[in-house]
Design a protein around this ligand. Structure first.
Ligand code: ADP
Ligand code: MG
Length: 273
């Protein structure tokens, strides 16, 4: 359970993992501060290709900030994050490290989908238009091609019949499934979920988790912040517990959830009993 730092170091410069493949995410000693507040205090974490990792931890422990760093929404102060072997936010040349230009950042972000607690669909666009927008605008797909893919994705999340509806005509759970379809339309290699069910009425949580479970079964690489312990037990390959800007425990769901080694993990989990 404590092996992450060493594992991450082994994957350092995008080197190969144990299966001979480049890991999807390798974070090493990542630090981030907001003014005086150090929010990430040396995060080491690795996500392999096809792996589902659930990130747990109390409010304020830095989970969202960490996801935002992977997706270029925040810049880290120290350490490094590699996605598929590429350094995020920076470029190496001649032994020196340079910040990426906006265009390069956009290109890196394309491979990463993110789903937030609040779905942020465009209210004046139909469900279909919401899903079609980025593939046409960013990937340069033809409208026809993007529509075809969008309908396939809406079918996959069980909402094909809502294609012509507007977000306000949908339940929260349906809106979140549209948000997932919209993220998938960019053909991401990695999906980041930040408490995707926290804003939903309890009876709507299950349908969103079921959609996420399907994606996991299809082999999508996912890093999921959630307090849904049942989902973590069933779907996660690995569970990571964070507190105070550090990873305190990593292991299989059984290891971390059923017999946590760290007292803070135990205290956190006792709230869910
Ligand atoms: P979590 O997602 O685990 O609840 P966050 O990453 O959202 O934690 O926040 C970690 C800490 O960083 C909190 O104390 C939060 O108030 C602070 N924080 C997050 N974003 C900012 C920001 N943009 N400016 C200042 N402080 C921030
Ligand atoms: Mg958060």
């Amino acid at each position: 359970p404590e092996a992450t730092a060493a594992e991450a170091t082994a994957g350092a410069t995008g080197a190969t993992g144990s299966a001979g493949e480049v890991p999807m995410v390798v974070a090493q000693r990542v630090r981030k501060r907001f003014g005086q507040l150090e929010v990430l205090r040396g995060i080491d974490l690795k996500v392999r290709q096809g792996e589902v990792v659930v990130l747990l931890g109390p409010s304020g422990s830095g989970k969202s900030t960490f996801l935002r760093c992977i997706n270029h929404l925040e810049q880290i102060d120290a350490g490094s994050i590699h996605v598929e072997g590429r350094l995020i936010g920076f470029r190496r040349s001649g032994g020196r490290v340079h910040h990426l230009r906006p265009r390069e950042v956009t290109r890196q972000r394309r491979d990463i989908g993110m789903v937030f607690q609040h779905f942020n669909l465009f209210p004046h666009q139909t469900v279909l238009e919401n899903v079609v927008e980025a593939p046409v605008g960013v990937l340069g797909l033809s409208k026809a091609e993007a529509r075809k893919t969008a309908m396939e994705l809406l079918t996959r999340v069980g909402l094909a019949e809502k294609a012509a509806s507007y977000p306000r005509q949908l339940s929260g759970g349906q809106q979140q499934r549209v948000a997932i379809a919209r993220a998938l339309a960019m053909r991401p290699k990695l999906m980041l979920f930040d408490e995707p069910t926290s804003a939903l009425d309890p009876e709507l949580v299950g349908e969103v988790l079921a959609t996420m479970r399907d994606l996991a079964r299809d082999g999508l690489t996912m890093l999921v912040v959630t307090h849904e312990i049942g989902f973590a037990k069933e779907v996660a390959d690995r569970v990571v517990f964070m507190d105070g800007g550090q990873v305190l425990e990593t292991g299989t769901p059984q290891e971390v959830l059923d017999s946590p080694a760290n007292p803070r993990t135990r205290a956190f989990l006792s709230r869910f009993l």
